[in-house]
Design a protein around this ligand. Structure first.
Ligand SMILES: NC(=O)c1ccc[n+]([C@@H]2O[C@H](COP(=O)([O-])OP(=O)(O)OC[C@H]3O[C@@H](n4cnc5c(N)ncnc54)[C@H](OP(=O)(O)O)[C@@H]3O)[C@@H](O)[C@H]2O)c1
Length: 275
């Protein structure tokens, strides 16, 4: 006769919530988790993208929420509070050709809100939810490996270079990297894994849209499936900060070893906005 724990383990389907899972990398991660047998929920603000997912992938549960509005975000989080989940991925992000076009007030507000403020709101909520859930069930199921309870955020390789002339995008992703590292240190005693992903260019529609429909000229650009593979590997290996592709990791690491004055001069002359 099976024990209660064996019965629970047998019927157990892990659940992932992907905030910013309605397109691009987030949707690719959603579909990958679904293929692995996870129950998947995604969050995004575009009603059109949600309608597409509802018709093409009816098993994925969708939530509409504009993350730039903290009270709307809180309402969403409250409505998710009764649902158990084992992994949350924060993939929502806002980026633009900041080095070519000066950001206006609305663009700056939006970038800060999505890349940093909503991320903090969601991570704070998710970590407290996971702690509560763990009290009730984790010990019984003894989750390991890829099913281990985890918080994941998608930063960018842009956030790994430390220099004052960085863009708002790079600075907000840098703050995300540091925040994730603090959560990792705080949650280790709860056996909750926290991983931050700092990838180079990924060939998504959003990046193509910013580059007149074709982003193939971007250095070391990779396909979405390659990025998903790197991310899943980083989660399985519990890498604190996964930086890829390797070529970009070497370049950013070399840049970080330069004297700050030289680094500033190089990046300023390379990245300066068009007059
Ligand atoms: N593509 C790259 O080269 C690259 C490189 C490094 C890091 N990244 C990071 O990877 C992540 C995904 O990028 P991507 O290229 O896949 O772009 P994407 O397709 O535009 O994905 C962004 C996601 O964020 C959601 N989102 C944006 N604004 C939102 C808002 N106000 N409220 C709720 N959700 C919102 C979008 O959903 P809705 O449109 O439905 O709102 C979408 O699901 C971003 O964090 C980006 O910074 C991308």
């Amino acid at each position: 006769m099976k024990t209660l724990v064996e019965d629970i383990a047998e019927t157990y389907t892990p659940h992932v919530i992907i905030v910013g899972g309605t397109s691009g990398l987030g949707l690719a991660l959603a579909l990958h988790h679904q293929m692995l047998g996870w129950q998947v929920s995604v969050v995004g603000s575009s009603a059109a993208k949600i309608a597409d997912i509802n018709s093409q992938h009816p098993a994925i549960v969708t939530y509409v929420c504009d993350l730039t509005d903290p009270s709307q975000t809180q309402t969403l989080l409250d409505s998710l509070s009764d649902i158990s989940f084992q992994r949350l991925i924060y993939s929502a992000g806002s980026y633009t050709n900041e080095r070519i076009h000066h950001l206006n007030q609305a663009d700056s507000d939006q970038m800060l809100a999505i890349n940093l403020q909503a991320f903090e709101q969601v991570f704070r909520w998710a970590s407290s939810q996971l702690k509560q859930q763990l009290k009730q069930s984790h010990q019984a199921l003894d989750l390991t490996g890829s099913d281990r309870t985890s918080l994941i955020c998608i930063a960018s390789i842009a956030g790994t270079i430390d220099y004052p002339y960085a863009s708002l995008y790079a600075k907000s992703k840098r703050a995300m990297i540091t925040t994730a590292s603090a959560y990792r240190a705080a949650l280790v005693s709860y056996d909750i894994q926290v991983n931050c992903i700092a990838s180079g260019y990924i060939d998504t529609q959003a990046l193509r849209d910013l580059n007149d429909g074709d982003a193939r000229h971007k250095p070391f650009i990779m396909g979405k499936q390659t990025a998903v593979h790197h991310i899943m590997q980083a989660i399985d290996d519990d890498v604190e900060l996964a930086i890829f592709p390797r070529s970009m990791r070497y370049i950013t690491s070399a840049l970080n070893h330069l004297p700050k004055l030289v680094l500033n001069w190089i990046l300023r002359s390379k990245l300066d906005k068009a007059k």
